[in-house]
Design a protein around this ligand. Sequence first.
Ligand code: ADP
Length: 260
Amino acid sequence: DTRKKDMHEAPHELSEIRHVIAVVSGKGGVGKSLVTGLLSEAMSRKGRHVGIIDADITGPSIPKMFGVSAEICGSEAGAYPATTSGGIDIVSMNLLLENGSDPVVWRGPILSGVVKQFWHDFIWNDIDYMFIDMPPGTGDVPLTVMQSIKLDGIVIVTSPQELVSMIVEKAVKMASAMNVPILGLVENMSYFQCPDCGKKHEIFGKSHLQEIADQYKLEILGRIPMDPRLAAECDAGQVETLENIYLQDAAEKLLQLEKD
Ligand code: ADP
């Protein structure tokens, strides 16, 4: 279907980006950014060069997770992303605002425009995997991103407190309307593992993830426990020195994209 392909916007002429994965969720606060960060770090530990577009513009948290505050720089040719100490390239609204804590109050069309600029005005040097941290929901910005950027697929982040089947159904519909594959599901805050006895407790009740995955024929890429240490280290910008990044198996599966 060439007409759909024509709508995709090319990246900057000096960019090289091999695989692009968008991370989506039904609502805010389920840990979509955390999953984006962990997936990125997991791919980086596989020796891949990773880029992140923080498209969750009104609640950007990616730079903080990686302890990056450097301002974006640019030349006449284009703008350059900021680079983490582990070599992951990041662009986020946070890195463009003079004061990172300033709220962004723009509306949909402008937000979408900013995300497109992150895509084609920046020089992304030799990126194996680009992750796009999408705003929650199925609104304007996710739609525009799916329309204008050629994605390898999306990863859906859920948590057991949500009406997961509804969220998955919405995402499945949006992805199929946009002709974008769903790479799989990640369940966050899946369980709590007792630090003393090691026993796993499903504190939000039994997970229905497997049933939903079966129903929609989706793969479960990973499950992340409720982990206060994980939250503390991410809040402190230490994703790259985490001992357990939980999503090694998911990263293994994303490597399959290189074989297709
Ligand atoms: P979203 O991007 O979906 O809005 P975030 O990734 O920003 O959500 O996570 C929201 C908050 O919840 C953050 O402070 C984060 O550190 C915390 N959090 C997310 N996942 C976990 C987890 N598995 N264990 C503990 N805290 C978590």
